[in-house]
Design a protein around this ligand. Structure first.
Ligand SMILES: Cc1cc2nc3c(=O)[nH]c(=O)nc-3n(C[C@H](O)[C@H](O)[C@H](O)COP(=O)(O)O)c2cc1C
Length: 228
């Protein structure tokens, strides 16, 4: 986590000096003046005809934030979501997105501040939608970005609502230098599920180098026993 914190500190310094976001990532599209998005609508898991992998039904649950992010500018699809879609395609799993009732700020620095406040308060931000019926699944792929060396707090809201004890959880995360940050252990503690070896990848790789990202995803699926 040290590396990301160093980069964050530098970015915040530059921000203070320029007082106009000079340390923030470059914009590639959209803009900070865009109106804030409405709260996402309820959604049951998206169903696929073949939701079976090696005889087990699988569900990909993920949290991912689009808009402005570190080193990628303004993005339309979150880094973790890109991996979630690759995993769902490779395994035929259903998908469920953890969506906060109150969207995070579109700009990077305010989003980090909002997330830090939630982490410090050990908050359980409200999430929207009908929660998935996990009795139908043996295997849960769980995707999230590293936020302040942890999972985003809406993931813990999900764990409170959806009991994963007895399931197998395969974590995958994106980050910008912190790696897994022990989040596999946090997931095991919070869910009492059996946790497999995790996949960790830089968000910039997922966003900008899809071929490499796909290769890493496929290698990981093979390693944990899931392949087409
Ligand atoms: C609120 C916030 C906190 C973050 N904290 C960390 C961190 O502690 N360590 C790190 O390496 N990257 C951190 N990042 C970078 C993200 O983990 C990285 O950009 C990730 O790929 C974002 O995935 P997403 O687009 O699916 O949300 C943070 C980003 C945000 C917005």
């Amino acid at each position: 986590m040290k590396k990301w914190f160093t980069m964050m500190a530098l970015a915040l310094c530059a921000l203070t000096l320029t007082a106009c976001g000079g340390g923030a990532p470059a914009k590639s599209s959209g803009g900070s003046s865009a109106p804030s998005a409405p709260a996402p609508k309820s959604e049951a898991p998206a169903k696929k005809d073949e939701a079976k992998t090696d005889g087990k039904r699988a569900l990909v649950v993920y949290f991912s934030r689009a808009d402005e992010n570190y080193n990628v500018g303004y993005i339309e699809k979150g880094n973790t979501r890109i991996l979630a879609e690759m995993i769902a395609e490779a395994t035929g799993a259903d998908t469920f997105e953890i969506k906060p009732a109150k969207p995070y700020p579109k700009e990077y620095t305010p989003a980090t501040e909002a997330a830090k406040k939630e982490k410090n308060e050990n908050a359980r931000p409200e999430i929207v939608g009908t929660m998935p019926d996990v009795s139908k699944y043996d295997m849960i792929f769980l995707g999230y970005p590293i936020w302040w060396g942890d999972l985003p707090m809406p993931c813990y809201t999900f764990f409170d609502k959806v009991k994963l004890e007895g399931k197998t959880v395969a974590p995958f995360c994106t980050h910008e230098g912190s790696g897994l940050s022990g989040t596999d252990r946090y997931i095991a503690d919070a869910t009492k599920a059996k946790v497999t070896e995790a996949l960790e990848m830089k968000g910039t790789t997922a966003q900008k180098n899809r071929d490499e990202a796909k290769k890493e995803v496929m290698d990981w699926l093979k390693k944990i026993g899931y392949k087409k």
